[in-house]
Design a protein. Structure first.
Length: 79
């Protein structure tokens, strides 16, 4: 089992927030609040990775400053 940590960027727009994962091309989402946007990008990253697995494609692990791979289970908490 491996744990993957993906860096995400959340930016405020005029009326909402935009989020994306630089390591996963095309993985974008938005929300009305930062918390909603963080939840949405987490779901988007999970769906993206599950699609890669389903289609037997490799999970990106580069660039190192955007993706960390750990060989043990991990629980990440954002506050």
């Amino acid at each position: 089992m491996k744990s993957y940590l993906f860096k995400v960027i959340i930016e405020q727009d005029e009326n909402a927030y935009h989020a994306y994962c630089p390591a996963l091309k095309g993985c974008h989402t938005w929300g009305y609040t930062q918390q909603e946007t963080l939840k949405n990008i987490k779901e988007a990253v999970e769906a993206y990775i599950m699609s890669l697995i389903k289609h037997d494609e490799e999970i990106p692990v580069e660039p190192k400053e955007q993706v960390q791979v750990l060989l043990e289970p991990l629980v990440a908490i954002t506050v």
